[in-house]
Design a protein around this ligand. Structure first.
Ligand code: NAD
Length: 255
């Protein structure tokens, strides 16, 4: 292909919010490296198909955010494939249920290794290879980013940690005009939230949707477009911030 104007890496792009973002970028003329985790059953080819359907361009790359070398290789793939890297999106995440009494050190570390250190690895690898003027976005959660969530202390701690990480990176990379921001999704219908064991499941999402001011849970596309905004020139003076995307869930007073 001819040299693209912008290139992105997206972790966890074989499903959910990451997939929707690859499609959003395709519509904007941004090429993507679709990060896919082979340990999960998601189909990265479907993401690629949707990108092509939107007249976009992308390549699939296997990545495990638990390993620095693997994440570095993902970021390098953008440079090798497209000659540039403009946006790095730390979207990959896991969600596990664990009451405090069963929160072994191993469970704690396994969660933070993906949901917090995995974000560090992605932002670091991206920033190292990024064209000055680029943008980083990390995906936090209302669990940790705004609320506590019973039996999810490790997840909430990781997602709260993401916010401190992003703020500090924003300050450090400001002189290079590289911005770092976070999105804080509310309840979004994806494979993660549809898991009835570790999250709400289909029934729980339906019930929760009735209590959201907007009247329903969100779609992956509704988060993806906000990430797109945070990497676009339209937000060029926004850095170190976190945008809540939740249909009004967290501003509703409950007695
Ligand atoms: P999802 O399960 O579809 O996406 C998560 C992706 O991360 C998957 O593609 C998975 O394969 C990938 N992944 C898991 N472990 C990985 C690893 N070790 N290395 C690389 N990739 C790995 O669900 P989603 O909702 O689209 O999740 C995207 C992000 O949004 C996550 O960080 C999640 O915590 C966050 N989030 C989701 C919701 C929601 O309601 N769905 C709410 C708040 C935050």
């Amino acid at each position: 292909m001819t040299s693209p104007s912008k290139a992105a890496i997206i972790t966890g792009a074989a499903s959910g919010i990451g997939r929707a973002l690859a499609v959003h970028y395709a519509r904007q003329g941004v090429v993507s490296v679709i990060g896919t985790f082979p340990g999960d059953p998601h189909d990265p080819e479907e993401t690629l198909r949707l990108v092509k359907e939107a007249n976009g361009e992308a390549v699939i790359h296997e990545v495990d955010v638990r390993t620095t070398a693997s994440v570095d290789a993902l970021a390098q793939r953008a440079v090798d494939e497209y000659g540039r890297l403009d946006y790095a999106i730390a979207n990959a995440g896991i969600l596990r249920n664990s009451p405090l009494g069963e929160m072994t050190d191993e469970r704690w570390h396994d969660m933070l290794n993906v949901d917090l250190t995995g974000v560090l690895r992605t932002l670091r690898a991206g920033a190292e290879r990024m064209t000055d003027g680029g943008a980083l976005v990390a995906v936090s959660s209302i669990a940790g980013g705004v609320y506590g969530w019973e039996e999810h202390a490790h997840y909430a701690a990781a997602k709260a940690g993401v916010l401190g990480l992003v703020r500090s990176v924003a300050v450090e990379l400001g002189p290079r005009q590289i911005r770092a921001n976070a999105v804080i999704p509310g309840l979004i219908e994806t494979p993660q939230s549809l898991d009835p064991v570790n999250s709400l499941g289909p029934e729980g999402l339906k019930r929760a949707g009735n209590d959201i001011p907007w009247g329903r849970v969100g779609t992956p596309e509704e988060v993806a477009s906000v990430i797109g905004f945070l990497t676009s020139d339209d937000s060029r003076y926004i850095t170190g911030q976190a945008l809540v995307v939740d249909g009004g869930l967290t501003v509703k007073m409950r007695a």
